[in-house]
Design a protein around this ligand. Sequence first.
Ligand SMILES: N[C@@H](CCC(=O)N[C@@H](CS)C(=O)NCC(=O)O)C(=O)O
Length: 271
Amino acid sequence: MPDLELFHAAPSYYSMVARLALAEAGVPTISRLLDIHVSKQQLSTAYRLLNPHMTVPTLRGPDLLLTDSSQILDFAAEHALHPWADADPAFGAGIADAVTGHYALSIEDLTFSKLLNTRPWFKTVMVRMITGINRSLQRDKQRFPEQATVLKAKEEQNRARLAMFRDRPASEVLCEQRAQVASYLASMPPVVAGSWLFGSRISSADVVLAVLVARLEMSGEQGLLSRQDLQQWWQRYQQRDSFVEADVWTRFKRREFVAALLQARSTPITA
Ligand SMILES: N[C@@H](CCC(=O)N[C@@H](CS)C(=O)NCC(=O)O)C(=O)O
């Protein structure tokens, strides 16, 4: 396999999906850490040329550019050293449904509504930050008219974020998100003891569910995982080498967060 670079951020949910998928598949990558929180390297002109959505993760190879975690998940499933359950036609439709259902959830709404619900003062910080980003996107639109479409899309996404977090009570958003996650978890197939979601082999559905449950734990929402079979599945999943290798966060790691920001300063970003 030629050299693949993974542009990602340590605490980022969708970066964790990519990291776990690639670790499960046994696909090695060169880590390119980005700071998406303080210096916001995802908004830089160079990164924008690489990933017009201005998000992490991005996987780049000599003849490859994947700019969304779902594409990286598919890539991992196709290139897995030991075939995943995805390769079994008997499970294809069930796995696809579970993955689609996962991407229909809004992890950002869940994470931030929980944060704002427990720390209401964070709302002012967040509103100031998003408003500042939109000002800088508007300036960039003047400087780089050829990139106006992607810049405008990001601006609109930020306006939707403001409408969600500034204009709606966090408790209401959190309530909705809890209901959606609960219904998603209820839709998972029953897990036979000692197996994974779709039999004896790991699948794309296991990967996204593991990252989702890790985020529930990090947000103090692990109570949503009420099914015993899924709780046992989760205990076993955390023992997997790939889970450790992928550095999937189940709690906020302050020291690692700062270290990753410092490391990101020397990440070469070239389109
Ligand atoms: N659909 C995208 C979503 C990626 C995404 O939203 N990533 C977040 C981090 S978890 C991000 O880059 N946020 C920075 C921003 O929106 O400016 C994917 O699955 O890769």
